[in-house]
Write a protein that binds this ligand. Structure first.
Ligand SMILES: [Zn+2]
Ligand SMILES: [Zn+2]
Length: 287
C-alpha cells in the first residue's frame, strides 16, 4: 500500500468520524447503510409528514384535499392566511410539524445535533428542485428569481448556548445543493435563474424573545415587535433584492412577518419564505 492509499484511507476514516449520521439513522439511531436518503431509516422516512399534496398559496403549509378555503384574489389559502395578510410574498414548506418532526427539531435545537440541520438543507433543496428548474426554463410563476438568501437569526445568547443557528446550517446546505445542481445542469446561459448569495449577517436579532409557543398569534406579533433589525453597514446588500428567508418552523407566520417587514422597510424588493416544517391548517378559535 502506497502512501497515497494510506492518506486516502485516513481521510475516509476521518470523514466517517465527522459524519456519524451516515452510519445511524439521524432520528431513531438504528443502523443504516450510507445510501439511505437524508440518513434516515426506511421507517422514519415513512413516518414523517412530507408535504407532497396541495398547499396554501401564501404560506406553503399543507392543506387537506377536502379543504375549500379560497381568498378574495382566488388563491387557495389556509385559515390563517385568510385572516391575515403577510409581509412576505409567498412561502414553501417541506414537512408538516408532527411528533417525528418535533423530535428532530428538539435534537437540532437542544441536543447539539447540528448535523441534522444540514441534512434538512437537503430536504429543502429536494422540495424546491423542480420549481427551481421550472423557473430556469422560463416559468417565473414557479419560483421567483432570488438574489439573496437570509436565514432567520437566533439571539446572541442562544447562539452561544447552541453553538450554531440551525436555520443558517439549513440555508448553507440548501445553497450548496443549488450550486451543485446548476453545475451539473451546465447547459450554458439559461435566462431564468442564477444562484443567490447567502447573507447570514444582514438581519440581526436585537432581543431574545420569550418562548412563542404558549402565545396566541397577536401576542406573538407583539413579542416580536422590534425583535429584528437590518445591520446598517450591510443594508446595501438587500436594497432592491429579492430575498428568500429560511426558517426551521412556521406556525402563524409572526416571525416570518417580523423579518420580512424589516427587510422591506430597509429596501428589499420582495421577501419569499422557505421553511422546513409548518403547522397544520387549524381553524381559529372564536375570540
Ligand atoms: Zn430511523
Ligand atoms: Zn397559509
Amino acid at each position: 500500500m502506497g502512501i497515497r492509499d494510506v492518506v486516502a484511507r485516513i481521510f475516509e476514516e476521518i470523514s466517517e468520524a465527522v459524519f456519524p449520521s451516515n452510519i445511524y439513522c439521524i432520528k431513531c439511531g438504528s443502523l443504516i447503510d450510507r445510501s439511505r436518503i437524508y440518513a434516515l431509516c426506511d421507517r422514519c422516512v415513512r413516518e414523517m409528514h412530507w408535504i407532497t399534496g396541495g398547499t396554501c398559496d401564501c404560506c406553503g403549509k399543507a392543506l387537506p384535499d377536502t379543504y375549500r378555503g379560497v381568498g378574495p384574489d382566488g388563491r387557495r389559502l389556509c385559515y390563517d392566511c385568510m385572516m391575515r395578510d403577510h409581509s412576505f410574498t409567498k412561502g414553501w414548506s417541506c414537512l408538516s410539524y408532527g411528533l417525528h418532526e418535533r423530535e428532530l427539531m428538539m435534537d437540532i435545537k437542544y441536543n447539539g445535533k447540528g448535523y441534522i440541520a444540514s441534512k434538512m438543507g437537503d430536504v429543502m433543496f429536494d422540495r424546491m428542485e423542480t420549481l427551481i428548474d421550472a423557473a430556469r426554463e422560463g416559468d417565473s410563476s414557479a419560483f421567483p428569481s432570488i438574489d439573496v438568501i437570509i436565514p432567520v437569526p437566533v439571539s446572541g445568547k442562544r447562539m452561544v448556548k447552541r453553538g450554531y443557528n440551525q436555520s443558517e446550517l439549513m440555508a448553507r446546505q440548501f445553497l450548496r445543493r443549488w450550486k451543485q445542481h446548476l453545475h451539473n445542469y451546465a447547459t450554458g446561459d439559461a435566462p431564468g435563474i442564477s444562484v443567490p448569495r447567502l447573507e447570514p449577517h444582514v438581519l440581526v436579532r436585537q432581543k431574545a424573545t420569550v418562548m412563542l409557543r404558549s402565545l396566541n398569534p397577536e401576542e406573538r406579533r407583539l413579542a416580536l415587535h422590534d425583535a429584528f433589525a437590518v445591520n446598517p453597514d450591510l443594508r446595501g446588500r438587500i436594497e432592491g433584492k429579492n430575498i428568500l428567508l429560511i426558517d426551521d418552523i412556521y406556525t402563524t407566520g409572526a416571525t416570518a412577518d417580523a423579518c420580512s417587514k424589516v427587510l422591506l422597510e430597509e429596501g428589499a424588493a420582495a421577501v419569499y419564505l422557505l421553511t422546513l416544517c409548518s403547522g397544520g391548517n387549524r381553524k381559529p378559535k372564536d375570540e
